[in-house]
Design a protein around this ligand. Structure first.
Ligand code: FES
Length: 107
């Protein structure tokens, strides 16, 4: 099972095993990770699952679709080039080791 490394805003590392096909948001919420809310349940409608994808992984994750890019305009913390909605990051074997950082706030 792929392992995703979440890095909290304070630098705390949180490795998570994520079943293939699940999103990073689903795995984080199921594990009770503070810092990812997932208010809309994963339909790219709330931006409370905002994360920063590590630069080394930027070209390995699926590109953001138009609805995600639009919702990224509504993040609570600063939007950066590496900003993504973690509900749109579906995990597969090729993402084993993915590193994502959590923003300071989600709401
Ligand atoms: S969970 Fe709402 S946008 Fe990702």
């Amino acid at each position: 099972m792929p392992v995703i490394h979440l890095i909290a805003h304070d630098g705390t590392a949180m490795p998570l095993q994520v079943p293939e096909g699940h999103s990073v948001m689903q795995a984080a919420v199921a594990a009770g990770v503070r810092g990812i809310v997932g208010e809309c349940g994963g339909s790219a409608m709330c931006a409370t699952c905002h994360v920063y994808v590590d630069a080394a992984w930027a070209d390995k994750v699926q590109p953001a679709l138009a609805n995600e890019l639009e919702m990224l305009e509504c993040t609570s913390s600063e939007r950066r080039p590496e900003s993504r909605l973690s509900c749109q990051l579906k995990v597969h074997a090729g993402l084993d080791g993915l590193v994502v950082r959590l923003p300071a706030t989600q709401q």
